[in-house]
Ligand binder design. Structure first.
Ligand code: KMH
Ligand code: ZN
Length: 304
């Protein structure tokens, strides 16, 4: 693995996994998403990963028009790298999911590297009361949900977005996804250095055991050598533990309310910035330095 001098913190601000009734701190309106992103950037996040939501119901909304109001504010008020989702929600079609990145041409877009189960329903155990009609069926429906990312889909997204010089956060939820990425590298559709976000703890993907982290890293090292830049995200309660493990091994880290609503056992995070500050404290405690957006652009060779 390539040895970086500084660690990139990404913050995934709202996502499409959690629903508004789960936490009053989940940003939903354009103003909330913008303010939460700017505060996360000020706390040390170099990359802000963004989804949009309907401002009234909080339902994931993948129309480019839903992204423009907060993108404008974020770009005016901070220098953070914007990373737009092409994952959208697992209920959306690939064409729907890629529209914001296609139209708005961000520096980075997420790419989900394989078709998979995406189990949101275990959250029904913890969160039982919902304010909006869509929330319960959204979680329950995931029992029979296929999060579709076929080779054809991946090829389409890669071809169309690369035309805008957008680069990627390759989300790999299991070792097979690393092999899928290797396939596209071999075909010349993905150029080094590429940013690999290994995802731990989503039901349908690999777990959160230290052996899982080691196995993903070893596999990526073997497939990609110095050509990749490694980052991790741990879902739910595993978030900080996974970040600490990977950071100790030279990895970059992602936090944010998309990935976990928590800051401690049974304690909701009050903001994205709280999680950024927490992970920053862990990194600095390990003697590591945090990359600025400009340094992250250089590490990932982004268009700027
Ligand atoms: N929610 C994360 C587990 C995407 O936006 O492309 C993965 C994610 C998907 O960030
Ligand atoms: Zn996302």
């Amino acid at each position: 693995m390539f040895q970086q001098k500084k660690v990139i913190i990404s913050c995934a601000v709202t996502g499409a996994v959690h629903t508004p009734s789960m936490s009053p701190y989940l940003p939903v309106t354009a103003e909330e998403i913008a303010e939460s992103s700017i505060a996360a950037a000020e706390a040390g996040a170099a990359i802000i990963h963004l989804h949009a939501r309907d401002p009234v119901t909080g339902k994931p909304d993948q129309r480019p028009e839903a992204f423009t109001p907060f993108l404008k504010t974020i770009k005016a008020r901070c220098d953070a790298i914007v990373n737009l989702t092409t994952g959208g929600s697992p209920y959306m079609t690939v064409q729907e999911r890629m529209q914001p990145a296609k139209v708005l041409r961000p520096e980075v877009a997420s790419m989900n590297m394989g078709t998979m189960n995406f189990g949101l329903f275990p959250m029904l155990r913890r969160f039982k009361e919902f304010k909006h009609d869509w929330e319960r069926p959204y979680l329950e429906g995931s029992k029979d949900l296929i999060f579709r990312n076929t080779y054809g889909d991946l090829e389409t997204v890669l071809t169309e977005l690369s035309a805008n010089e957008t680069r990627y956060e390759f989300e790999c939820y299991d070792t097979a996804h690393l092999y899928n990425l290797a396939h596209f590298v071999e075909r010349g559709l993905v150029k080094a250095p590429f940013f690999v976000q290994t995802v731990f703890g989503i039901l349908g993907g690999i777990g959160t055991h230290p052996d899982d982290v080691m196995h993903m890293k070893r596999t990526a090292d073997r497939l990609f050598g110095d050509d990749y830049r490694w980052s991790v995200l741990g879902a739910g309660a595993s978030q900080m533990k996974i970040a600490a493990m990977a950071a100790a091994m030279g990895g970059n880290v992602r936090v944010g309310l998309e990935d976990s609503l928590w800051i401690g056992k049974g304690q909701l995070a009050r903001s994205n910035a709280d999680q950024v500050r927490r992970v920053r404290g862990i990194l600095e405690g390990l003697g590591l330095e945090i990359a600025t957006p400009a340094e992250a652009r250089e590490i990932l060779q982004l268009k700027g």
